[in-house]
Ligand binder design. Structure first.
Ligand SMILES: O=C(O)CCC(=O)C(=O)O
Ligand SMILES: [Fe+2]
Length: 163
């Protein structure tokens, strides 16, 4: 997928904060504009500087689910490129990899993956339903108070500085 964002004159055109839904995202950017929220309390947004000949790799929510939070899906957003780059059109080549629709997003059985907390039970949700849930969450009007907690799951994990 190629994403195109016009210059800063298109005020308000940006991608709001989110975690990616799938397993791994590979990004190729020439201009800045991608920002990550560093883990921990009260942290700030940082630009991710694109380097020639390099890709940017993001982990998505499925990795959080499979590893019970050992791996994190970082919270990121896209804003206007910094400094002189702000006047240029930004292209981003994005490759999203994700589990097949019917894969259940649950902790994998492995001694290196943290066990579930005592009394915790994992919900049964497959990749397709997870994506639908996450996409709907972003739509104004679909917001339901009682679902907020559930939908925040990977953000909460990703925002922590330590396990
Ligand atoms: O354009 C970028 O650098 C990132 C895009 C992104 O985060 C996304 O499409 O999920
Ligand atoms: Fe993203």
């Amino acid at each position: 997928m190629i994403l195109r964002r016009r210059s800063q004159s298109m005020i308000g055109e940006r991608l709001g904060e989110h975690t990616d839904f799938g397993s791994v995202t590979i990004l190729f950017n020439r201009l800045g504009g991608l920002q990550v929220l560093l883990p921990g309390e009260g942290t700030e947004w940082c630009y991710v500087r694109p380097l020639a000949g390099h890709a940017i790799v993001n982990l998505g929510d499925a990795m959080v689910k499979f590893t019970n939070g050992l791996l994190r899906s970082n919270i990121h957003r896209v804003v206007s490129p910094p400094g002189e780059q702000a006047g240029e059109t930004r292209y981003s080549l994005v490759y999203f990899a994700r589990p097949e629709d019917d894969v259940v997003l649950k902790r994998l059985e492995s001694p290196v993956i943290p066990p579930l907390a005592e009394g915790d039970e994992e919900e049964e949700i497959n990749a397709k339903d997870w994506i639908i849930r996450r996409a709907l969450k972003k739509r104004v009007g679909n917001f339901k108070e009682e679902e907020w907690e559930r939908n925040q799951w990977t953000e909460r994990i990703s925002a922590r500085s330590r396990i």
